[in-house]
Design a protein around this ligand. Structure first.
Ligand code: NAD
Length: 309
């Protein structure tokens, strides 16, 4: 019997809106180059506004026909893609959102590496963190992925805060079958005071702290020493929340780990090869530093709508 034929090349891509500044293509291509793979990562930038399911179906069919091996999927189509794939990993079915589509032998499978990415980042940097009660700010797509990661990590009670109560309620419903207990908390100072006083951890999965949404989502005096604080925003890496949390004696986790591990997990799914996560982390730091240096030398630009990917 002859040996299986060695793969010649890989083709991957990213579909979403406003994906131009994404670091994920560069992270994938650098890792592939390190491994001596021929790997091309294309970016498909969707127009703003609602994207029709028929358009997404066309893109998925096109990717399959053109021989793509995998796609990353991001805002605003993480949810809309779920019914279009042939199969879903269990986390995708529970959350109702995917960020990676694998294409193998003409079949598409949805995965969510935001969940696994946060889990790995947490395991790296906060392995002994108290997981009894955790406040989660932001119940959007990323917040929902983080909530399921926290459930996987053994958090017993999650206090979910969102300016939009409907979104917090929808997140809670996705956790109905999980062992974590969920309380919805209003985004008022009084409610945050009570919630943080009884918590061992805080995760920011809201856009607060990004250039377009400056400031901390939590007043400094509510952060008590002993609280661990994770922020998934990574533009900038040192958000106002993390800066003040450090000053108040909290252990902190930045958004870098989740960004690197979600990319590494997708790379491994697509290629079937282990990623060098340490090297990807160094690439990420270099790319973020280069981006920050470029911005310092540039006139301020409108970053409204720019998101971390
Ligand atoms: P989204 O717009 O879907 O959801 C954000 C949610 O936060 C909304 O429901 C909004 O009502 C809520 N919110 C806004 N301000 C709030 C506040 N002060 N308190 C409580 N809730 C508030 O966005 P998303 O896709 O979930 O992404 C959220 C952020 O996560 C992004 O801005 C991005 O910075 C970050 N992110 C990081 C990674 C990573 O790999 N590190 C991955 C994905 C997203």
């Amino acid at each position: 019997m002859s040996a299986p034929q060695e793969r010649r090349s890989w083709l991957a891509g990213l579909i979403g809106h406003g994906v131009g500044p994404s670091l994920t293509p560069e992270l994938h291509e650098r890792e592939a180059a390190r491994q001596g793979l021929r790997y091309v990562y294309k970016v498909v930038d969707l127009p703003d506004g609602t994207v029709e399911p028929t358009r997404l179906e066309q893109l998925l069919d096109g990717a399959r026909d053109l021989g793509f091996d995998g796609l990353n999927i991001t805002h605003p189509v993480k949810q809309a893609m779920v019914p279009l794939v042939d199969e879903c990993a269990p986390a995708v079915a529970a959350i109702g959102a995917l960020n990676t589509v694998l294409i193998q032998d003409g079949r598409t499978t949805g995965h969510n590496t935001d969940v696994t990415g946060f889990e790995r980042a947490f395991a790296d940097d906060l392995p002994d963190a108290d997981r009894d009660t955790v406040v989660l700010l932001g119940a959007g797509g990323a917040g929902t992925a983080v909530a399921h990661a926290l459930a996987d990590l053994g958090v017993r009670r999650l206090l979910v805060v969102d300016l939009d109560g409907e979104r917090a309620g929808a997140l809670a419903r996705t956790l109905a079958d999980r062992s974590v207990a969920v309380d919805l908390v209003a985004a008022t100072r009084d409610d945050l005071v009570t919630a943080l006083a009884r918590s061992s951890g805080l995760v920011n999965a809201s856009p607060m702290g990004m250039a377009a949404h400056p400031g901390s989502p939590v007043p400094a005096d509510l952060l008590h020493p002993g609280l661990w604080v994770a922020d998934i925003v990574y533009r900038p890496l040192d958000t106002a929340l993390l800066t003040v949390a450090r000053q108040r004696g909290c252990t902190v986790l930045s958004g870098a780990g989740m960004a690197v591990h979600q990319a590494a997990d997708a790379f491994e799914l697509i290629t079937g090869r282990p990623a060098d996560r340490g090297a990807m982390h160094r690439d990420f730091d270099e790319l973020v530093a280069a981006e920050a240096a470029t911005r310092m030398g540039e006139p301020a630009r409108d970053t409204t709508g720019e998101r971390n990917r």
